[in-house]
Every structure is written in C-alpha cells, then in structure tokens.
Design a protein around this ligand. Structure first.
Ligand SMILES: [Zn+2]
Ligand SMILES: [Zn+2]
Length: 158
C-alpha cells in the first residue's frame, strides 16, 4: 500500500464513520517502532506504522486509522482527545476503533518500552514498560526461563 492509497483510505473512513472530512495528511512512517500509529497535534497529520499493515492486515489497519481519527476529530473540535477523556472513549466505542494503537507484539499505544526479555527456550520476545521479576515470571508460551536482553537491539530487529 502506498501513501496515496493510505490517504484515500483515511478520507473514506473519515466520511463513512465520522461523517466529517479528513483535511490533512496521512502517511506511513517507517521509523515508528513501538506504536501502530500516531496523531500529530501540531500538523494534524496521521502517521501509520507500515509493519502494522504487513503483519496484521487490512482490518487491523482500519482499526488503527479509526483510533487516530478519534484523536483527530476531537482535537479539531476542542473536545477531549486524550485516551483518558470520556469524549475519546465514547467516540472510539461508537466507531469501533482499536482500543490501543497496537503494535507488532501487542504493546499498547503511546507507552514507552523500557525493558526487553526473551524466553531461553522458545525465544519469544517480551517488550515491557516495567521490569519483570524474573524469579516470579516465566514465558507465557512455553513456561521457559526469561532473560533480559538489549532493548535497543530488539527494537532494531522489529
Ligand atoms: Zn492513541
Ligand atoms: Zn518460551
């Protein structure tokens, strides 16, 4: 999918689900790593992580576009556009957007990843905001032991 096709898709979803025009730019941003998409407060543009589409497909992409359009339309109307605002929660539910701008491994939107771990046995990657107590927690897939890894390296491989 090209930027032009993405732009057309965002315009279409905006009309269909929000009954309002999208008058700014939507584009893929290859540098986004931990979020599926973001809304830029200053330019009103929307950026989408291209990996999101490649990994999760069109349906997930549409969910993320709806999520970003909730930020967009509420912000332009001076309503509560943040995740914690009631306006945002209501509108998101109404249009059926993604709860979070999901990422490849299921990390939530706009949360900063600070720690990375891998399972010794199955190599499953875990990205986390908080430290995991390695004495207490094991791999959710295979119950193998988790080891801390280099976050920078892990993010580069995504
Ligand atoms: Zn968001
Ligand atoms: Zn495992």
């Amino acid at each position: 999918m090209t930027d032009e096709q993405l732009q057309a898709l965002v315009i279409q979803i905006s009309q269909q689900f929000f009954k309002r025009p999208f008058l700014h730019q939507a584009r893929f941003n290859h540098r986004l790593r931990t979020t599926g998409g973001r809304y830029l407060l200053q330019s009103h543009d929307i950026e989408i992580n291209p990996k999101q589409y490649k990994v999760h497909g069109l349906e997930e992409l549409i969910g993320i576009i709806k999520h970003e359009l909730c930020h967009y339309h509420l912000h332009l109307q001076n309503k509560g556009y943040r995740h914690r605002d009631q306006d945002f929660k209501k509108l998101l539910k109404k249009v059926g957007g993604s709860r979070h701008c999901k990422t490849i491994d299921g990390m939530r939107t706009e949360e900063t990843v600070k720690y990375s771990y891998r399972c010794e046995r199955c190599q499953q990657l875990y990205l986390r905001k908080r430290k995991i107590d390695l004495q207490k927690y094991v791999c959710g897939k295979c119950s193998g032991r988790l080891v801390a890894t280099n976050l920078k390296n892990e993010l580069q491989q995504l």
